[in-house]
Ligand binder design. Structure first.
Ligand SMILES: [Mn+2]
Length: 319
């Protein structure tokens, strides 16, 4: 029996299913979580299905979290989506259920759960959930709301089908979802529109970006800058993809100073592999999109120097 079949069997057995995802969620985290919830609710009306975790106001247009009591975990199946590492799971009660399942598309660094279904070549966890539905479509029901969410998750994690993880299968699955009667262009707008103050920060990013001769770039957004534009850390996510639009840039890192004085680092790349660097600095993630933490300015420069090295190496291998 494949792991997907085992997961399906386990879902059938439990009357209470609680779905978790990672902290500081992006659209794919919320969408895969709530998309799966909607499919299961629609398919098994007698089961209790919940989605939990810290709320993010910016993503309210996708879905809202359920507020549930501890005792619901006693006989529950817990499914964690889109989360590579245990420490990153939002709502620490994930371990209180009877069984635990991991469904993810990040490199499988941290083994957890009774069942694990991880495919790190797939664009998004939302895409995995679509595939799960298609595999068991005799027994599962896709609702319009589930389709809307999963479409949003795929669009979010592929940067509107721009990033290398976008495959013909990704487009087929997105096309399948578009057959449902949600407003796809509205979702695209909601995912990409930004407040004016974030647009002003875009200007700052393009002004301040440093790029070396090989295309390794970094941007540092200080607490002072965030204060100046009246933004918090979670509102900075739209700037992360900006350096990728510059033809001079191959790999980049954006540091955002946090209230505790540390720096959140988001590493991105068009080819050179950067997740090993992220792992050395308290983080991890995809080969070409990872996160890390820098404790001070010295660690910022250390991370950037490592990116410069991998970019230089990658370029010399190509030529
Ligand atoms: Mn994801």
């Amino acid at each position: 029996m494949s792991v997907k079949q085992k997961i399906f069997k386990m879902i059938q057995v439990f009357d209470t299913i609680i779905i978790h995802r990672h902290e500081r969620p992006d659209p794919d985290a919320i969408a895969s979580q709530c998309g799966l919830k909607e499919i299961l609710k629609e398919s098994f009306p007698d089961k209790q299905i919940y989605a939990v975790g810290s709320a993010v106001a910016r993503l309210d247009f996708l879905s809202n979290m359920d507020d549930i009591e501890d005792k619901l975990y006693e006989n529950a199946l817990v499914i964690v989506v889109d989360t590579a590492n245990i420490e990153r799971i939002s709502d620490k009660r994930f371990n209180n259920g009877k069984k635990l399942i991991k469904i993810d598309h990040h490199p499988n660094d941290d083994f957890y759960g009774n069942l694990m279904w991880v495919e790190d070549q797939v664009s998004s966890t939302s895409e995995l959930i679509v595939q799960f539905y298609l595999d068991f479509s005799d027994d599962l029901t896709m609702s319009t709301e589930a389709a809307r969410l999963l479409y949003a998750g795929i669009v979010g994690d592929t940067g509107r089908f721009l990033y290398p993880a976008t495959t013909p299968k990704t487009l087929e699955r997105a096309a399948f979802l578009m057959n449902f009667s949600f407003d796809a262009s509205k979702i695209n707008q909601e995912l990409t529109s930004i407040p004016m103050k974030v647009a002003k920060l875009f200007g700052e990013v393009y002004q301040d970006i440093r790029v070396d001769e090989n295309g390794a770039a970094y941007v540092l957004l200080s607490a002072k800058t965030l204060e100046q534009y009246q933004l918090n850390d979670s509102q900075t996510s739209p700037v992360v993809s900006l350096p990728g639009q510059l033809e001079e840039v191959l790999s980049w890192v954006i540091f955002v100073e946090q209230p505790d004085g540390k720096y959140r680092a988001r590493l991105r790349s068009k080819g050179p592999i950067i997740n090993k660097i992220a792992k050395c600095h308290g983080g991890g993630g995809h080969l070409l999109a990872s996160g890390a933490i820098a404790h001070d300015k010295a660690e910022i420069m250390e991370i950037y120097r490592k990116i410069q090295e991998v970019v230089k190496e990658w370029k010399s291998e190509k030529s």
